[in-house]
Write a new protein. Sequence first.
Length: 156
Amino acid sequence: MADVDLSGKRAIVTGGSSGIGVETVRALAHAGAEVTIGVRDVEAGGIAARDILMSSGNDIVQVARLDLTDAVSIRTFAATWLGPLHILVNNAGVMAIPELELSFEGHEKQFATNHLGTSASPSRCTKRSRRPTGRGWSVSAPTLTSSPRRLVRRGL
């Protein structure tokens, strides 16, 4: 994404403190986007944000608590979001939990995180945006084989 300029664009990346999420945040920051990392573990998110700041020079990488299994956390996160949302990366997820774990609301944790939480968080943030910011994109692994430049040209 070296030739992509996302200056003036605002992004949220859930689960952005490790793995693919942190690399997504890093790429967006290097491209100039203002990025908010939505994470359960704010300390881990802070470590990732500092590392990204050091490597990118982008000082508008922020961390906010967002637990997708907790409706109160989702409402709180959305209530603090002001202004437009241009890019949303629903990266947070869990898989193959060995024992049954329930969310705060009593839902199975994998279902709560991967389905309920990722459905609730973007709708709440986009409703709070002052104006529509364009089309929504749902990006999956096969979509990632597309050139980032082509996605930007299409209006991301």
